[in-house]
Design a protein around this ligand. Structure first.
Ligand SMILES: *[C@@H]1O[C@H](CO)[C@@H](O)[C@H](O)[C@H]1NC(C)=O
Ligand SMILES: *[C@@H]1O[C@H](CO)[C@@H](O)[C@H](O)[C@H]1NC(C)=O
Ligand SMILES: *[C@@H]1O[C@H](CO)[C@@H](O)[C@H](O)[C@H]1NC(C)=O
Ligand SMILES: *[C@@H]1O[C@H](CO)[C@@H](O)[C@H](O)[C@H]1NC(C)=O
Ligand SMILES: *[C@@H]1O[C@H](CO)[C@@H](O)[C@H](O)[C@H]1NC(C)=O
Length: 183
């Protein structure tokens, strides 16, 4: 194994390691507006206060599904909605119980979302917030930008997004192992 290959393999390996351990929580669907591990404890959106115009996702008013990957921890995952970051966020789902062991590689958790609980309407644009309360004390925040549509048109589209972030991560891990094994 020559040194540039070694470097490349280590670089990929550490990139995967860092991106999977630092991302304490991350929206898988809808996609996050920003995933900033350093500022993840800053409400309401983990340091991502601006609308991400390239990540505004069509989402159904009722009967939506949100999936969040939790790195590790024990507590609850909350889902709230507000029209923008300066408005009051209101609950749009039942609390999801989280119990993900430290060395498990993380787990994806899904919640049923009803945006009309927060007074949203079809055609609105707004912010879906998730909060992970770890051990009852450590709050971690992330947001996704939504364009609210009626349930039927949204369901037709959601079938097209098959691959989430963790699948991509597993693919990279798999490829890295393969490269290491064949050097
Ligand atoms: C906005 O969303 C896109 C698509 O998900 C992402 O690639 C980009 O990094 C996001 N922008 C910021 C500032 O996080
Ligand atoms: C929220 O309030 C801050 C501070 O007043 C302001 O800078 C920002 O533009 C506001 N954002 C939105 C989306 O209204
Ligand atoms: C969800 O969890 C939060 C934080 O622990 C709590 O304040 C709230 O009452 C819970 N909601 C329900 C419906 O249990
Ligand atoms: C969504 O929430 C609204 C307002 O609370 C309620 O009237 C409606 O029945 C809920 N729909 C579903 C599918 O849970
Ligand atoms: C909360 O976070 C702090 C700093 O990361 C950590 O030392 C502490 O163990 C955490 N507490 C719980 C209950 O997870």
């Amino acid at each position: 194994m020559n040194s540039s290959k070694t470097f490349a393999v280590l670089f990929i390996f550490f990139f995967v390691l860092i991106s999977s351990t630092n991302a304490h929580i991350a929206f898988v669907n809808p996609p996050f507006r920003g995933n900033d591990a350093v500022n993840s404890k800053i409400p309401p959106c983990g340091g991502s206060n601006e609308v991400n115009t390239t990540a505004i996702t069509e989402f159904p008013l009722t009967d939506g599904q949100a999936t969040v990957k939790v790195g590790h921890g024990t507590g609850v995952l909350l889902f709230n909605y507000a029209p923008d970051v300066n408005s009051t966020f209101q609950s749009v789902a039942d609390n999801v119980t989280v119990d993900v062991p430290h060395d498990s590689g993380g787990k994806q958790l899904t919640a049923s979302i009803n945006l009309s609980k927060a007074g949203a309407k079809i055609g609105d644009q707004g912010v879906l917030q998730t909060i992970f309360i770890d051990g009852g004390v450590n709050f971690t925040y992330q947001c996704a930008d939504l364009k609210i549509v009626d349930a039927k048109s949204a369901n037709a589209k959601s079938a097209s997004s098959v691959f989430g972030i963790s699948e991509v991560a597993y693919l990279i891990i798999g490829l890295t192992s393969f490269v290491i094994a064949n050097l």
